[in-house]
Structures are given as structure tokens and as C-alpha cells.
Design a binder for this molecule. Sequence first.
Ligand SMILES: *Cc1c(COP(=O)(O)O)cnc(C)c1O
Length: 411
Amino acid sequence: MLVQADSELFAIIEDENERQNTTLQLIASENFASRAVMAATGSVLTNKYSEGYPGKRYYGGNSVVDRAEDLARRRACQLFGAEHANVQPHSGANANLAAYFAVLEPGDTVLGMRLDQGGHLTHGSPVNASGRLYKFVGYGVRESDERIDFDALADLAKRYRPKLIVAGATAYSRVIEPEPLRRIADSVGALLLFDAAHIAGLIAGGVHPNPVPFSDIVTFTTHKTLRGPRGGCIVCREGLAQAIDKAVFPGLQGGPLEHVIAAKAVAFHEAMQPEFKQYAAQIVRNARSLAGALAEEGFRIVSGGTDNHLMLVDLRSFDPDLTGKVAQEALDKAGITLNRNQIPGDPRSPFVTSGVRIGTAAATTAGMRETEMTEIATLVRRALAAPGDDLVSAAVREEVATLCSRFVPYP
Ligand SMILES: *Cc1c(COP(=O)(O)O)cnc(C)c1O
């Protein structure tokens, strides 16, 4: 249908389909959603206006849509053992902003992980609304083992008396234990928000500790390891339900994307199946295997390894002059897609960086396992040994295409 209605745009989508099928997707925040998830996203639910919540809408004709959103909310609660869910946030960033809006006043003090230590823009960066509206104090990792420094975090909490502590990260490869965070929050009477954007799928799959019983609010994205449609979600205690719902709508958003909410329901259902547990476990095994193989190729892995779906690679041990920017571009040419990333204490700017971030969630969905991870490490080393050499990148690109032809996400 699209090819007839708009051949120009159709050709663009076909090209992207081809790119995803033939090159390696190693961006830690990406995945391949199922055809069922994409079908729901492309459904007639996109046509419906439904400002408000099930049973309390501002427009007529919502009895069907109410069933979809109720189903999504019920499944989110079941999946994470939560008392209340809001499935309307358009993205992870919106979910976080809504959580802040629900429990903070402008100017309030908040503890969050520093961006240059693995935190997210929405955890208080000065270029983000979070940093403009609230007084964020940053915590980070220990220099010695590059793991979250809970003692320093506890000291900061005592000194600054934050109203909220934000946990969670975007470039951190270790388990984030929710228990010590709860203890620190309680010791100063702070609320605890756990941002599980990256690891929601690992939590749902039972391979990472569930922060819900320890947190006042948990936010997450539905499109990273959880493998659903692009979007956000908030779960919280019943006592905060009303504040959270009011913060999302009418606080920050207008009409919800009911087609995406329906797709979230599909993804939650998929994540409840026994196969998803195996999937989550395989993501972690693949990440461990890839980190080990890269270390053997001469790359230093930040913190010495990984417990989740991602790793931060310090390129300086391989080549002191190789920047993340150059590495990202060289790998792009070789058909390997990932992103540059600062490593803790990086002397280079966020635009240049000394590292790259690599994730295994998408490759695992495509069906790759430990053997392929070893192969990928070799391909990365070959491409980065000669970053400006077009012959090398063409040769690696061909091998990447051969590898990907055995694991096509959308045949
Ligand atoms: C990805 C991410 C977000 C934001 O998600 P978007 O959907 O891109 O807005 C928020 N927090 C963390 C920790 C993330 O990794």
C-alpha cells in the first residue's frame, strides 16, 4: 500500500530495512521489535484521541481504547510486580520528567549519576530541563574499580539532604543493587526513583534484581532490552499513583499514543513468556563473551567486564591515539554500528571521547550467540587496526554482511 501511496518514502523505509538486515546493530539502547509489536504500532488505534485515562476521558468513543490501555497497565504491573502503572509517556525522557514533576518543586535538590560517569541527560544535565529546573548533585564511580561508589553517595546524601535520589544509568555495565540505594534514601528521608530504561528487559527476564519493591517510582523505556515499541512507562506505589498520572497528563503531555500503548501491551505479553527469560540470559552471556573476546584483542573493558547487556570499551589500551569518534566512523564504514562514549574520567570531550559503548540486545534477538561474539570482536579489531584504510573497511564490511546473512532480523 505504501509503495503505491508514496514510493519516495517507501524506498527510504526499504533502505532502512536493508541496513538493519545486512549490518551489525551493536547500539546498546536498540533492539529489533517483533512483527506483532510493529503491527500494533501501525494499527487504527493511531486515529483515536483519548486525553485522560481509562474510564475518565475527555473525548467520546474510547470504550475500545480503554480496554487496550487497561490491558497494558495490568500487564506492566504484573510483569514488574508493581501497584500502579502509567503507560502513556512518549519516551523515557518524558517518563523521568513526569516523575520529577510529580514529586519535586523547582529548585529542589536531587542526587543523580553524572553524565560523564554513565548517567543520562535527564539526570540533571545543564542542557536538559532536569538540570534547569532542579538542583542536581552528581555521584559517580570509584576510580579504583569503576563501580558505583555507594559510600560517596551516602556522604553526598548526608551533606545535601536531597528530596529525591535517582538511580540508573545509560552507560554502566554492572548490576545496580536497589537495596543499598533504598537504605541511603531512607537514611536522609529521600524518595528513590530507579530509572531502569536500559535494563527493563533484563529485570523482566529475571536476570537482574527488580528495583520495584525498593523504589518509590521506577521509570523505564519499552524499546531497549524490553524489545517493545519506542516509548516510556512509569510504575509506582499506589500512594503516588495520582500524582504520577496528573504529572503525565495534563502536566506534560496531551493525547496519548494509543497505538504505541497497544504495542507496549504486546511487548509486556512477550516479556512474560518463558522464552523471554532465555533471551535475557543469552543477552548477558553474549555481552560477557564479547567483552572477554575484545579484551583478548587488546581493548580495556571499563570495570573489567559486564553483568548486563552492554560494555564500555576504553580504546586507549589498543591505540592511544584512537578516539571514539574515529572508531565509530571507521566501524560504520565496516558495517558495524555502535556509538562513541566517554569513559569514566575521560580526558577527551563528549564529542570526541576515548571509548565506545557496545550492546548485545539486538544481536541476541537476531539469534547470535557466543561464537558470533568472538567473530565480532575480531572484526572490530581488524577495522580499528586500520581506521583510514578503505580496503580494510570494505573487506570487513563483506564479512559482516556474510555474518548478518545468517541472522536476518526481518527476512
Ligand atoms: C535511554 C534512556 C532514557 C531516555 O529514553 P528516551 O526514550 O530516549 O527518551 C532515560 N534514562 C536512561 C537511563 C536511558 O538510558
